[in-house]
Design a protein around this ligand. Structure first.
Ligand code: IVH
Length: 684
C-alpha cells in the first residue's frame, strides 16, 4: 500500500501524470512512435488511478483513466462503432490475476450462476497489434475500422482489404450481418525486414512490431499498406448469440470455419491451476512464435455467464489481459567496438557478457552514436540493464551505477577510422562520425555487399567472407571490378572450387541485365533507397537523362525533394563515382529502365511485377490496350484468374472471372479505380 498523499501534492502529481500520459497517448496512438515502454506507461496510469481512488474529487472529465485510449486520425473517415470497442483490464502480476478471479467467481456464485465447481476459461495469446472491427454483410466484407477512442474509429476498409490472409468473402455465411474483432499485426521477420529497408533508405525506424503494424494500417495510401505484409487474427464475434454460439470455443471454431484466421495456441482451461500452467508454458515458448505476444487474454468460456458479469464503462468483467513483465537482465559491457558502414558512419556496438533474453542469447547491442553513449553514460566494464526493444532489438536501458567500482572506462568514439586510419569527421548537422575515405576497405566491402544484395544487382553467392577475400587480395577495388573477374581469379579462394567459381562468374554476368532501378539503388547514393531509385529510373528511363538532370528538376521528382536531389548531385559531381559508372557501362551493364524512354509518371508499385487479369467491358479503352498499358508499367497479364493473380480489373458485365476472384480473395478494381490508380500521366 502507498502512503496517503496530502491533497495539494496529489492534485499537482495527478496533473503532471495527466499531462505526461496525454503526450504519450498522442505519440503512441496517433503518431505510432512511442518514446516510453509499455510497462512504464502502465505504471504512470496505475499511479494516476491510485491517486484518483484516494481522492475522487480530483477525477476530471478528461482524465485518461476514464476512457479507452486512442483518437481517430482526422484524415480518415470516421466510423461510429455500433457497439463500443472496449479494451481489457490488465493484470500485471499473479496477485492482480487472483483478485480478478476472486471478483468474477464471487459475483457468479452470489448470483447463483455457478452453484459449485469452476467455470471454464479460454486462454488466448495476446497478440501485440492494433485492434480492428470487421463488418461482413451477406458474407462480404463491408467495413474495417480501427478502435479509435472506442466509440469512434477510423475507416480503414481499403487498407484492411490489402491483407492477403483476410477473406473478402466468408466461406459459409451468405446472409445477415456479423461483426468480428481481432488484431492486425506484423511478424517479427517482416518487421525486421521492413526496418532493414527503412534503415537502408535512411528513413526513421519503427520502434516495435506493434507500431509498424499500426503505422502500416493507418496509411493514407493503401498501396503502402499492401507492401507491408500485415497479418490479422480474429478472436471475437460481437453478435455471437444471434449465430447460435454458446461459448468462446464455439466462437473460435466458427471464425476458423468461415476462413477467418485465428491464433493456433488458444486453449480451454478447466481451473486456475491449468491457467497457471498455460501462462508458464506460453511465457517460455512465446518467443519462438513469429507473432509478438505481450501477454495472455483470459476469457470466460460460457457466453451466458459473460452476460451475467457484464461490463464496466471501460472493459468487460469477464475477461482480463495478463501481461508478462518485460524481460530485463543485468550483464556487463566487455568492450565497445566500432564498425564502419557503407556510408562511412562509425557505429559503436557494446560487446556484452552473453545473456539469455526474450528467447535468444544476446552478446551485442548497438549504441548508435556518441550522443547515445553520453546520454546513458555507458562505460567499458559497466554493469548494465538490457532488454529487447519491442522484444526484438537488444538495447542497453541503463547503467547500474551502484555496481561501479571505479575501474570502468568512459568511451569516446575516436576521430580516426579503425579500418583505414583516415581522420574521421562529424558534420554539425549529423549524429554520426564518418570516415571520409571513399576507398576505405570497410566502406568498399559494405558497398559491394550492398551492390550485390537482392534489392540491388541481386548476385547470388557473394557473401561477407568472399567480399573480404576479394578486397584483401586486391581483386576488387570497386564494384566495377566484379565484372572483370574470371573463374580462374576465383578458383583458388577459400572454399571455392572450379564449379562454384564459374557459377559465380555466370551469376555476375547475368546481373548485367538488371533494370536501371536496381543499378541506381546499388550505387549507394546517400538517401536513395529502393523506392526513390525506382521513381527516378521510371521518370528518366536511362542513365544519361538522369545524369544530365539538374538539381531543381531532380527535386521535383515524386519522392525526391531537395535533400535527396542535393545528395544525388554531390554523388555525380565526384569524379571517382563517375569513373565507376563509366566502367560499369563499358562492362555492358544495362543502363535503361524498360524501353529506355522517359516516363514522367512516378514508378508505380501498384503495377510493377504484379499479375493482372482484365474482364468485362472497359469504356475508356479496349482490354488489349489496357493490357499493353499495365505491361508498360511492369505488370504481367493473364487471361485467367488464379490464386497468383494480384488484381482483377472488372469492367461492365463481368461474369465468372469476377466470381472466382471474389472467392479467391483476389483484389478487385472497377474501371474507375483502375483509371485512378493509373494516374493522369498514363491516360491520353
Ligand atoms: S479480447 C471484447 N482477445 O489486447 C473483446 N483482445 O489489452 C475484447 N488483444 O483491446 C478484446 N489479443 O486489442 C482480446 N485474444 C485476444 C487479444 C486481444 C490481443 C488486444 C485487443 C484488446 C487489448 C487488451
Amino acid at each position: 500500500m502507498t502512503e496517503p498523499v496530502p491533497i495539494e501534492d496529489a492534485s499537482k502529481r495527478a496533473e503532471e501524470l495527466r499531462r505526461e500520459i496525454a503526450i504519450d497517448d498522442d505519440l503512441y496512438y496517433v503518431r505510432d512512435s512511442p518514446v516510453i515502454e509499455d510497462h512504464e506507461y502502465d505504471r504512470l496510469l496505475r499511479e494516476l488511478e491510485a491517486i484518483e481512488a484516494e481522492h475522487p474529487e480530483l477525477i476530471t472529465a478528461d482524465s485518461p483513466t476514464t476512457r479507452v485510449r486512442g483518437a481517430p486520425r482526422s484524415e480518415f473517415r470516421k466510423v461510429v462503432h455500433a457497439h463500443p470497442m472496449q479494451s481489457l483490464d490488465n493484470a500485471l502480476d499473479s496477485g492482480e490475476l487472483v483478485s480478478f478471479f476472486d471478483r468474477a467467481l464471487k459475483s457468479l456464485r452470489e448470483g447463483g450462476a455457478i452453484p459449485s465447481g469452476d467455470p471454464e476459461w479460454v486462454c488466448e495469446p495476446k497478440v501485440d497489434g492494433l485492434a480492428i472491427s470487421l463488418l461482413y454483410e451477406d458474407g462480404v466484407l463491408q467495413t474495417g475500422s480501427t478502435r479509435g477512442d472506442g466509440a469512434v474509429g477510423e475507416d480503414v476498409t481499403q487498407n484492411i482489404r490489402t491483407i492477403r490472409s483476410l477473406p473478402l468473402r466468408l466461406k459459409r455465411m451468405r446472409s445477415g450481418r456479423v461483426e468480428v474483432r481481432g488484431e492486425v499485426c506484423i511478424a517479427r521477420e517482416d518487421f525486421a525486414e521492413l526496418n532493414r529497408i527503412r534503415e537502408e533508405a535512411e528513413e526513421p525506424l519503427f520502434a516495435n512490431p506493434r507500431n509498424a503494424a499500426a503505422g502500416s494500417l493507418r496509411q493514407l495510401d493503401h498501396r503502402v499498406t499492401a507492401s507491408r505484409k500485415l497479418r490479422v487474427y480474429l478472436y471475437h464475434v460481437q453478435n455471437a448469440s444471434e449465430l447460435g454460439l454458446a461459448s468462446q470455443s464455439e466462437l473460435l471454431e466458427w471464425l476458423a470455419d468461415e476462413g477467418l484466421p485465428t491464433q493456433e495456441h488458444n486453449r480451454i482451461c478447466g481451473d486456475i491451476s491449468e491457467i497457471n500452467e498455460y501462462l508458464e508454458e506460453w511465457g517460455r515458448t512465446r518467443f519462438s512464435n513469429s507473432i509478438n505476444t505481450d501477454g495472455v487474454v483470459l476469457k470466460l468460456n460460457d457466453l451466458g455467464l459473460r452476460e451475467r458479469l457484464g461490463a464496466t464503462s471501460k472493459a468487460p468483467r469477464w475477461a482480463i489481459a495478463f501481461k508478462y513483465p518485460p524481460e530485463e537482465k543485468r550483464t556487463r559491457v566487455l568492450d565497445i567496438e566500432i564498425s564502419v558502414g557503407r556510408t562511412g558512419a562509425l557505429t559503436p556496438t557494446a560487446r556484452l557478457e552473453p545473456v539469455q533474453l526474450s528467447g535468444t542469447t544476446v552478446q551485442r547491442a548497438s549504441l548508435h552514436n556518441q550522443d547515445e553513449i553520453d546520454r546513458k553514460d555507458i562505460r567499458m566494464g559497466d554493469v548494465v540493464w538490457v532488454h529487447k526493444a519491442g522484444e526484438i532489438i537488444p538495447e542497453i536501458l541503463r547503467v547500474d551505477i551502484d555496481a561501479r567500482t571505479g575501474s570502468e572506462t568512459p568511451f569516446k568514439i575516436p576521430y580516426v577510422c579503425p579500418v583505414c586510419g583516415d581522420e574521421a569527421v562529424r558534420l554539425p548537422s549529423e549524429a554520426a562520425i564518418r570516415c571520409p575515405n571513399k576507398s576505405c576497405p570497410a566502406q568498399l566491402q559494405e558497398g559491394i555487399l550492398h551492390f550485390v544484395s537482392r534489392q540491388c544487382m541481386d548476385i547470388n553467392g557473394i557473401g561477407e567472407k568472399l567480399v573480404r577475400q576479394l578486397t584483401e587480395r586486391g581483386l576488387v577495388k570497386s564494384v566495377a571490378d566484379l565484372y572483370g573477374l574470371a573463374a580462374s581469379d576465383l578458383s583458388d579462394l577459400d572454399r571455392m572450387g572450379e564449379k562454384s567459381a564459374s557459377k559465380l562468374v555466370s551469376a555476375i554476368s547475368e546481373s548485367k541485365s538488371r533494370p536501371l532501378r536496381a543499378l541506381l539503388n546499388a550505387l549507394g547514393i546517400r538517401n536513395v533507397g529502393k523506392k526513390t531509385a525506382s521513381d527516378i529510373a521510371v521518370k528518366y528511363g536511362n542513365i544519361d537523362a538522369f545524369i544530365s538532370a539538374g538539381e531543381e528538376e531532380l527535386a521535383s521528382t515524386e519522392g525526391v525533394g531537395p535533400v535527396i536531389a542535393a545528395s544525388i548531385r554531390s554523388f555525380l559531381a565526384d569524379e571517382r563515382n563517375m569513373a565507376v559508372l563509366n566502367r560499369l557501362r563499358e562492362a555492358g551493364i544495362n543502363m535503361m529502365e524498360g524501353d529506355g524512354e522517359a516516363h514522367p509518371a512516378a514508378f508505380n508499385e501498384e503495377f510493377s511485377e504484379k499479375r493482372f487479369v482484365f474482364t468485362g467491358e472497359l469504356s475508356k479503352m479496349t482490354r488489349q490496350e489496357a493490357e499493353k498499358l499495365v505491361e508498360s508499367l511492369g505488370a504481367k497479364t493473364s487471361s485467367s484468374v488464379s490464386k497468383r493473380t494480384d488484381v482483377l480489373v472488372a469492367g461492365a458485365d463481368a461474369g465468372s472471372k469476377l466470381a472466382k476472384a471474389q472467392i479467391l480473395g483476389v483484389k478487385i478494381w472497377d474501371e474507375a479505380e483502375f483509371i485512378e490508380r493509373l494516374g493522369p500521366d498514363n491516360i491520353d
